[in-house]
Ligand binder design. Sequence first.
Ligand code: CMC
Length: 427
Amino acid sequence: MSDSASLKIGDKESGYPIRSGSIGPDVIDIRKLYAETGCFTYDPGFTSTASCDSALTYIDGDEGVLLHRGYPIGELAEDSSFMEVSYLLLNGELPSKDELDSFTYTISRHTMLHEQLMQFYRGFRRDAHPMAIMCGVVGALSAFYHDSTDIADPDHRRISSHRLIAKMPTIAAAAYKYSVGQPFVYPDNSLSYTGNFLKMTFGVPAEPYEVNPVVERALDRIFILHADHEQNASTSTVRLAGSSGANPFACIAAGIACLWGPAHGGANEAALNMLREIGTPDKIPHYIERAKDKNDPFRLMGFGHRVYKNYDPRATVMQKTVREVFDALKVSDPVFEVALQLEEMALNDPYFIEKKLFPNVDFYSGVILSAIGFPTTMFTALFALARTVGWVAQWNEMISDPGQKIGRPRQLYTGPTQRPYVKIGDR
Ligand code: CMC
């Protein structure tokens, strides 16, 4: 490909350099476009816009490829652990055994929450959505950890990153405990990251809690599958918030708020609710027709993706994990049968084939989480827990980038042109 692109507006032609990454589409560097032409680009939803350089995650949506630091997600989900993937995302390379042990130990030393922060929970209504609590409590971390909010100091950035990753399970589990009226369970650092989260969520002080290794592995895998996903809406939100110099706790709280939406992290909750509403396989055709009807706002939740137009590699791992969990827990939930048949019928329907709509990661994750015992309101909170490592890795990458600027999109103004103010008595 040529190393420059030209743009002709009227008689005036201007040239723009083309930059290549290690893989993936080239980018036309239009940073001087406005200065040279007086025009902005117009790209709602940023479907054709690269907003940064990033060496973390690569997605090829047509081929169904997802790589973290070059490693395929399927291999990581199969053979790695969430702690190892976290280290990889933060540091760029897979850890040695000693490095992994040391990282895991460091994270485990930050799992407790300031006791005063635990009091915050009591200010929420009992029926508060866990994501509402997560937004509030994570944002409030900046009021407690002043020693790690100087974003110009790499040590502060490292410690705040570790704190966020370590405290998210405690924060999410406490949100659940509060909603069911059970006492908070404090972290147990003798357990794995994921085992500790299971104990804090499902354990009660009155009885010993034993972590089921199949459930622990399945949940750890779900965390791996959600760890990072390139410049998606919540990650871009974290970067945008961080671009103003906001502290990391505030930035991650902004990411949590964005993730909550049903088109993003809220989709697994929406997908399971949809599967339960469908209820039995004979109702599937009715819902498929509704999804195809232009006059009906209903969409098949857990289907379609902005980037994946072939298949979502995370969905493949997820489907396999459902079976493992169902077998281990001896669960038989009709919702799984509905999910399998819905997938098959949609994948053979011309509407979904033409629009390249495939199950995404959220189609099956809700089914697994429900089998483990999580209520649907916790699903997005679990996504936020796992995505925190991606958010902090992306945030660190942005802060370390010398070319980083405050994010400030422009617009095509369509409002009234200038007009004189009319005093209220004269209107
Ligand atoms: N069911 C029925 N039709 C759909 C669906 C769906 N799930 N998704 C897209 N379409 C249709 C849509 O109506 C449109 O049709 P037309 O061209 O005739 O107007 C076409 O496909 C393109 O849709 P779009 O909304 O322009 O595509 P997008 O790339 O902007 O949206 C999406 C991607 C994920 C928001 C969308 O597919 C969707 O709403 N899916 C359901 C929600 C969901 O499962 N979200 C989780 C995404 S994966 C988790 C994550 O990474 O955050």
